[in-house]
Write a protein that binds this ligand. Sequence first.
Ligand SMILES: [Zn+2]
Length: 267
Amino acid sequence: MYIDPHVHMVSRTTDDYERMALAGCVAITEPAFWAGYDRSSAAGFFDYFRTLTEYEPRRAAQYGIAHHTWLCINPKEAEDLGLAREVMSIIPEFLERPGVLGIGEIGLNKNSRNELRIFEEHLELAGRHDQMILIHTPHLEDKLKGTRLILDALDDAGVDPGRVLVDHVEEHTVELVLDRGYWAGMTLYPETKCTPQRAADIFEVYGQERIWINSAGDWGPSDPLAVPKCQQELRSRGHLEEMIRKVSFENPLKFLSQSGKFSTNSP
Ligand SMILES: [Zn+2]
């Protein structure tokens, strides 16, 4: 049994839901992100938020998977400040819907000034509405610098670290995130970025507190079964079932349950 706390099901087929259910997935959370193309207006995001809060939960429920979501305008499309603010203005009306856990995945992509500005405005939005936060950290060479910028902005905003998940951590950023009291997510990709093997190494070095794995299955090369594959890797290394359950079920359950809307029971 497992929870996948970060998977972009709008980009996946219904067959993927079936395969995930067969592999033991009982609940997912789907952060708002780039959907594979740039949306031309706030209306495009309005429809996207409806997809995330109305259609995907129903599609997931067919396979007994409880679906939840996080809302925002992602850093990749936040370069246009006018569009970003217009999108942010429609978020509050969705926050009360069932299954909406908070603001995410916000953060930085290219570490630009506009991205940082919109990131800070999202932190204010989360604060005003008492929402939890899910954070995207940049990939590759921008990751370390971006992670530091993000953690500093979180400090400045006075956000409670226990209600923030910082995602896409790797070997060179995981300690930074955990040391400051945040939760850390490792995103598993088939080859690039963090593989199931590297995630297993990270658990062995940094322990299993406030840390978990997710698939980030999306429109690009990715694997919605990455979490059970990492469970298998841990099993083959001789880790106990209790440890495997902690990093793939108990830890996300503990963090996500802070919202009061999270459930592992499909409606
Ligand atoms: Zn994502």
